[in-house]
Design a protein around this ligand. Structure first.
Ligand code: ZN
Ligand code: ZN
Length: 434
């Protein structure tokens, strides 16, 4: 449901307006219903979705996830049998396999995204929802919800599960696969995590936390002639969506959100240099990531090294077109799309291009959404390294491109994270005023 950017008569108070997190437009506040989700008329950003029974559902689902976490990670995941020899691996062993290969930096990334962030995400959700359910008034609940906002994107169990399926399809032709307890617990863990994340209603949670503190949101009047938050000297916290007065006379470059503690940059243009540096680094690292071998397979004494492209061609030659397409998309097309898309967006901000702004805003949200999926190939390699351990018969090891490829994923994700999409719309404003 598109909402109107119509003028509210008299001074606009905090309870009457909101600011779009995507483009900074001042909008009349509309409560979401079960059938209608308010959408920004300028950038199509979805403003708020109604999630019924958010506290109870988040509590139950995050608890389910936590209960499944230990068996999913520690119980055997898959057993593989080749010519009478069997190896099995748990998810934890797969996650740690990069360290056995001497790939310590990639190992840390896999442990963080596949093991620690998923556990922390579930624990934070459980802590906050349990506190709200029991009516606790603790400061740590606000800290937990703020951390969740930042860690959520780095919890990648959903991608890890797809990697498990790809590994199964990859091994299916050459080995007999047995599914163990860990496999089924892992599916349950991913389902509970995704459901808990989508049950969470952040604005409702923050409102409940404010109510617990007996903290009344001070009414901040907005200038009725102002079109955007910046014109009205208002700043929206991207973490908890609190509206804060940002006086232009302030000398500071950043302030802390009084509700969640998030650092808010008063001039986000300064972060553009960081986005540029990360995108250029990612572009340079794309070459070794794609040209050097990413995996080496030794079988009956002969060793063959394969690049990203070689692996994809093998899938197509073997007739696994669907999987080949998924790996091609996640490992080659998505990183390239992210680099080209972010370059276009950054150029657009630099040159204040005002055409196709809504499309560029949509493209940025898509880049944010798909960014983490490039980790797919890294998880597949980690699983293969821990499962295919048949000595001279057959074994899989990492190769130099693993490190470069992980660095490309990290650089593009951080480039998108450090970019403020509201900058895209600044050109439109300066064109109107000139
Ligand atoms: Zn907007
Ligand atoms: Zn905040």
């Amino acid at each position: 449901m598109m909402i109107n950017q119509k003028k509210v008569p008299g001074p606009r108070l905090t309870s009457q307006y909101t600011i779009c997190p995507g483009c900074d437009l001042l909008l009349e506040k509309v409560q979401p219903t079960s059938t209608h989700t308010p959408v920004c008329p300028r950038c199509s950003h979805r403003l708020q979705k109604q999630r019924p029974d958010a506290v109870q559902r988040t509590l139950v689902l995050s608890l389910t996830g936590l209960l499944l976490y230990l068996p999913a990670n520690f119980a055997p995941l898959l057993s593989i049998n080749i010519l009478g020899k069997t190896t099995s691996s748990s998810l934890l062993q797969s996650t740690l396999s990069m360290f056995n290969q001497g790939e310590y930096l990639v190992g840390i990334l896999v442990v963080l995204t596949g093991l620690l962030c998923p556990l922390m995400t579930l624990s934070l959700l459980f802590g906050v929802s349990m506190g709200l359910f029991l009516g606790w008034k603790k400061k740590w609940m606000r800290i937990f919800l703020h951390w969740y906002h930042h860690l959520n994107e780095w919890a990648m169990t959903d991608i890890y599960l797809i990697a498990v399926f790809i590994t199964i399809i990859k091994m299916n032709h050459t080995a007999a696969i047995e599914y163990n307890l860990g496999f089924f617990c892992f599916i349950g863990l991913v389902a509970a995590t995704v459901a808990a994340q989508s049950a969470l209603d952040q604005s409702q949670f923050w409102a409940l936390l404010d109510r617990n503190r007996n903290h009344k949101q001070p009414q901040i009047a907005a200038d009725t002639t102002a079109q955007t938050g910046r014109e009205a000297d208002l700043l929206l916290c991207q973490s908890c969506h609190k509206i804060i007065r940002s006086s232009p006379s302030r000398q500071q470059e950043k302030i802390n959100c009084p509700r969640c503690g998030e650092i808010l940059h008063l001039s986000p243009q300064k972060k553009l240099d960081r986005s540029w540096a990360l995108i250029v680094t990612a572009l340079l690292l794309t070459l070794p990531a794609n040209l050097l071998p990413i995996m080496s397979v030794s079988s009956l004494g002969s060793m063959s090294k394969s690049t990203l492209i070689d692996g994809i061609i093998l899938f197509f030659q073997g007739g696994s077109y669907g999987i080949g397409l998924i790996i091609l998309t996640a490992s080659i097309l998505v990183p390239l799309f992210k680099i080209i898309g972010m370059t276009l967006i950054l150029l657009s901000v630099h040159n204040q291009w005002t055409t196709w702004l809504r499309h560029k805003a949509l493209m940025f949200r898509f880049i944010q959404f798909v960014g983490r999926w490039s980790m797919l190939d890294i998880f597949v390699i980690a699983l293969l390294c821990s499962l295919v351990r048949f000595g001279s018969l057959s074994s899989v090891d990492t190769a130099p491109a693993t490190l470069y490829f992980s660095a490309v994923v990290l650089c593009t994700m951080f480039a998108a994270l450090s970019f403020d999409p509201r900058l895209l719309w600044d050109g439109e404003k300066s064109k109107q005023t000139s």
